[in-house]
Design a protein around this ligand. Sequence first.
Ligand SMILES: *Cc1c(COP(=O)(O)O)cnc(C)c1O
Length: 345
Amino acid sequence: MIDLRSDTVTKPTPGMKEAMFSATVGDDVFGEDPAINALQHRVAGMFGQEAGIFCPSGTMTNQVAIRVHTQPGDEVICADVAHVYLYEGGGIARNSMASVRLLKGDRGRLSAQEVKSAIQPDDSHLPRTSLVCLEDTVNKGGGCYYNIDDIRSIRQLCDENRLRLHLDGARLFNGLVESGYDFKEYGSLFHSISICFSKGLGCPVGSVLVGDVDFIKESHRVRKGFGGGMRQAGYLAQACDFSLDNHVNRLKEDHKRAKKLGEIMSQHPDVKSVTPVDTNIVIFELREGLDSGMYVKLMEDADIYAVPFGPAKIRLVTHLDFTDEHLQAFETAMLNMKSNAIRRI
Ligand SMILES: *Cc1c(COP(=O)(O)O)cnc(C)c1O
């Protein structure tokens, strides 16, 4: 099976499992889990922030952050393709009772100018703009990443307008190993960052939200209310710690393989176009007349698994468990796909 549906499909490596079993744990709701405390401290430090809080999922870290940064009736600015808006179960409305202002961006990357035009004037008829959420890398933008200068401009705008700036950094490591930006310099530009360990870093569970001490203190209250207070979860945190030592620099390999997948698909007769491949995500559009749902089924017959990403688009994601052998097998299978596709569809 060649599983390119998501970078969440990875299983813990033997080394990671060993690390997990060696964790020293305690009750984290009492703040007494050494492995969790160490991870929170480490991740906050890496990104130039004061403190961190461990949560079960990236959805929870994003939703906790949005809840802490907003009041009911406020407005959140984000891209129309943002995970926080599209893929978190309507969480912004459900958890924070906030409205959302959607911007187009460039492949989901916002500019300061665009954000500026979306800030509501101070008028009681209008929702109060209080938060800007960026995503880096942008999932629906095909894994593209921000230029740090654009983020600096957005932060400056936020400061001028008393807005908070949150980053959905589910795939932040993918962006940073490509851009080469200094983690601290980049991370300090945000009021809060959500970092996922169950994507490219290959952990079974886990996300850390970082920010200043007051923000994290309030996040503890919100996390508890969301049911996210865990007890001896240090076994999970230890996996995350292991991944920081072992799985960050290797992300470049995923990116290389993704680029190769992009090249294979851009030469494929069934494909109209491929979004530029910047990190580990490949989005391709099928030529007219081909349906992504049917095409994905066809790929499954060849033991290749992908997800439809719109009526004619398909997404492939490379990860820790996708090897050069898989890449070779993918190429061979896709070369044989064309005639089948025409016959079947
Ligand atoms: C996966 C993902 C998340 C978090 O999702 P969980 O499944 O809750 O961990 C957040 N943002 C983006 C862009 C993602 O891809």
